[in-house]
Write a protein that binds this ligand. Structure first.
Ligand code: PBG
Ligand code: ZN
Length: 322
């Protein structure tokens, strides 16, 4: 036998040397849920280890992340006044706006703030847009999203991440930002976002579940890989800076295909349901949490993700799992 692949698996040193995939703390973005009030750090039932934070406790928590070298966060506002027109989403007094303001006051450019832009936590019906005749109105929704993005940019958000799946929203947001002097605020598009049951725990956390119907008239059908390429190319043409695939674990083929077909950085979102399944199994002693989490992270990277958005990020760095 001339060829023995096991030679390069013989010791930890040689295995490290030939490893084809490596992770870095710089790849991770850590999500946070922000609520109004003071001194709140309220555990989210369906997402063990993740909390609702008020702005003051959020600042302290982000400080902990920064000490670990985890310097990119994704913000979601929770518990705002809900209306038909989602007007609280673009308020200059929204909880996300005050979180951005306080974080920038405390950490300046040491923290990179990404803000989710979508209306579902701000509408009475819980849909990701303006609802008329039981249909989420595309162009009216893009208007609202652009205003929301601008409010975030004005407060100091570094990157806008629209998660709604309306057509043309990247261009609408880009034009709004540029028209107001925010041409350097970047956009990470949730380009390929599937209508997925893996968002369940998040909807509980964000109080953003639709009270009627589902999101299939705007989020993508998971049976359609070709369509994912059309969606992401559109976002690229409309000026997106980063393209995202969401969820991640059940869609490694899509991450890989996107990576092969774009020259933009590719992000993946390791969503709430994926996180909570691991936490539940680990909590029951059925799996080795560290090993499973790291196997998943390497899978994202191996598939082609340059950026990983994950609720596990903090624990990975805290416990030195990398
Ligand atoms: C809002 C939004 C959702 C997620 C991110 N932004 C939920 C949804 O579309 O229903 C899911 C994130 C997660 O599950 O961790 N549009
Ligand atoms: Zn939404």
């Amino acid at each position: 036998m001339l060829i023995r692949p096991r030679r390069l698996r013989k010791s930890p040193i040689v295995r490290e040397m030939v490893a084809e995939t490596r992770l870095s703390k710089d790849m991770f973005i850590y999500p946070h849920f922000v609520v109004s009030g003071n001194n709140i750090a309220h555990a989210i039932d369906a997402m063990p280890g993740i909390n609702h934070f008020s702005v003051d406790t959020l600042v302290k928590d982000v400080e902990k992340s920064l000490k670990l070298g985890l310097n990119k966060i994704l913000l979601f506002g929770v518990g705002e006044e809900k209306s038909e027109d989602a007007s609280s989403s673009y308020s200059k007094k929204s909880i996300v706006v005050s979180a951005i303001t306080e974080l920038k006051k405390a950490f300046g450019s040491d923290v990179f703030i990404v803000t989710d832009v979508c209306t579902c936590a701000y509408t009475t019906h819980g849909h990701c847009g303006i609802l008329h005749d039981d249909y989420v109105q595309n162009d009216a929704t893009v208007e609202v999203l652009a205003r929301m993005a601008l409010a975030h940019a004005e407060a100091g958000s570094d990157m806008i991440a629209p998660s709604d799946m309306m057509d043309g929203r990247i261009l609408g947001i880009r034009n709004k930002l540029d028209g107001n002097g925010f041409e350097n605020t970047s956009i990470m598009s949730y380009s390929i976002k599937f209508a997925s049951a893996y968002y369940g725990p998040f909807r509980q956390a964000a109080d953003s579940a639709p009270n009627k119907g589902d999101r299939k008239a705007y989020q993508m059908d998971f049976r359609n890989p070709n369509e994912t390429m059309r969606e992401s190319f559109l976002d690229e043409q409309e000026g997106a800076d980063i393209l995202m695939v969401k969820p991640a674990l059940a869609y490694l083929d899509i991450i890989h295909r996107l990576k092969e077909n774009t020259n933009l950085p590719v992000a993946c979102y390791n969503v709430s349901g994926e996180y909570s399944m691991v936490k539940a199994a680990a909590g029951n002693g059925w799996i080795d949490e560290q090993k499973v989490v790291m196997e998943n992270m390497y899978a994202f990277s191996r598939a082609g993700a340059n950026i990983i958005i994950s609720y596990h990020a903090r624990e990975i760095l805290e416990k030195g799992w990398m």
